[in-house]
Ligand binder design. Structure first.
Ligand code: GAP
Length: 441
């Protein structure tokens, strides 16, 4: 089969749709925006939440070997000293002497040419730029009050290893999962929410006996790849790419990225890394606390090795949007539809009274109230019904429920399915069961 090619035009379509329909807004927009930061609007916040819930469902809820955690974002330098981030979490920064633009040297197409002004040979020597955001905790800005915003959620898991082991009855192999914000002072943020300075991660550290790392690494590579496919990204738009030795992070003995075919080409959604015993051993050494496991069966004590699937929630949300975006012609009219997996769809159902007349809106709101405890619903009574369907198609809403004049007599509503646009007449009393059976939520 030939290699699939990216669709560069899709990028602008997604950025426009995001703004127009309330998925993602540039942050502080009324002040001109703020340096590649973004706010998630009424629809985006639902989609992002659903992406995180889908991850949590498969990584925590459906397993008995993974527990959750929500650790602090602010942490003292000791954590980052031990993890190696203070010494090595940096990117090579070069300045163009001609136009003053700053670039990440390892991301340049041609390391000798400034992509901003096109000048050749104008770069300064690369210098290492640490990506962590530094701040001060408390009113005094001195060395003793230095704190860092976490650049990955993982370290909050490692420093809580003993707490979780002592309270959860889990034993290797087992995992600790966490979703939360991370911060990196990226030199070149960009591509919309793909690379930002503030973003959300979904990470799981899976602790295994030494020697079992490679086996679990294979397992998690396959599991995580399958998760994206199960949630609607076609397999041909995904690939698993092992890192070359010179790409590996300071803690990793082997990493593979799940990559998605973005409009600019293949790029990373998630890294699955073998972190060995690097983090636990370093934290044990720096803190003086024992971070190991006593295996009663064999009478041996060991520091568990770690396999880490680490995904970006915000980046993944964008990939789901791109994979779901479709345009088609229906009876001579263009239709844009987000074919999102129902579990990810911001609204599961939209309730639409055929007319704004009170005789329809009253009972339509009763139908809404019946559905709301079961599903996230939208309600819309403005514009012609066709325009309202198109709007819901653009939001990815799997089902529209229309309450019409006939509904007053037969107690039934029209249910329209997003992808096929097929319509069914369903009794109001059967509606929750009808939708639940089809929505897989
Ligand atoms: N704990 C390992 C770790 O943080 P990473 O590959 O640096 O590994 C994991 O990050 C995931 O977090 C990436 O695959 C990506 O999806 C997301 N991510 C990393 N930096 C990001 C950024 N600046 N903006 C948005 N997402 C980011």
């Amino acid at each position: 089969m030939s290699e699939p090619s990216p669709d560069p035009a899709l990028f602008e379509k997604i950025v426009n749709l995001s703004k127009r329909r309330g998925f993602v807004f540039p942050s502080a927009e009324i002040y001109g925006g703020f340096r590649s930061t973004y706010d998630y609007g009424p629809i985006g916040v639902l989609l992002l939440r659903n992406v995180k819930d889908a991850w949590w469902r498969s990584m925590v809820q459906l397993r008995d070997d993974v527990v959750g955690l929500d650790a602090a974002i602010l942490s003292p330098p000791a954590v980052w000293e031990a993890s190696g981030h203070l010494a090595t979490f940096s990117d090579p920064l070069v300045d163009c002497r001609h136009c003053g633009a700053r670039h990440r040297q390892d991301k340049l197409d041609d390391p000798d040419v400034c992509p901003t002004c096109g000048t050749r040979g104008s770069f300064t020597e690369p210098r290492q730029f640490n990506l962590m955001f530094k701040t001060h905790a408390g009113p005094v800005e001195d060395d003793a009050s230095v704190a860092y915003l976490r650049p990955e959620t993982a370290q909050g898991i490692f420093v809580n290893f003993a707490n979780v082991v002592n309270t959860s009855r889990k034993r290797p192999p087992f995992g600790i999962a966490q979703i939360g914000k991370s911060f990196r002072n990226e030199i070149t943020p960009g591509n919309f929410v793909f690379r930002t300075r503030e973003f959300e991660q979904m990470e799981m550290e899976y602790f295994v006996p030494p020697g079992d790392g490679p086996r679990w690494y294979e397992y998690w590579c396959a599991e995580r790849f399958a998760w994206y496919v199960a949630h609607g990204i076609p397999e041909h738009q995904l690939r698993l790419r092992p890192h070359d030795a010179d790409e590996l992070s300071h803690y990793s003995s082997g990493t593979s990225d799940v990559e998605f075919l973005f409009p600019w080409g293949w790029d990373e959604l998630e890294g699955i890394a073998q972190r060995t015993d690097f983090d636990l051993a370093r934290h044990a050494e720096h803190s003086g606390e024992k971070l190991d496991w006593f295996d009663q069966a064999t009478g041996t004590r060991y520091v568990p090795h770690v396999v880490e699937p680490a995904a970006g929630a915000t980046r993944t949300m964008m990939a789901f949007l791109m994979a779901a975006y479709d345009e088609e012609e229906v009876r001579g009219e263009a239709r844009t539809v987000l074919r999102l997996h129902p579990r990810l769809a911001p609204y599961k159902v939209a309730v639409l009274p055929l007319s704004k007349k009170a005789e329809l809106t009253g009972p339509a709101r009763e139908v809404l109230a019946r559905l709301q405890p079961a599903f996230m619903c939208d309600y819309d009574e403005t514009q012609a019904i066709g325009r309202r369907y198109r709007r819901q198609d653009e939001l990815g809403t799997p089902y529209c429920v229309t309450f019409d004049f006939e509904s007053l007599d037969d107690g039934a509503v029209t249910v329209r399915e997003r992808d096929s646009m097929d319509q069914d007449r369903v009794a109001v009393g059967d509606l929750v069961a009808y939708l639940r059976g089809r929505l897989e939520v």
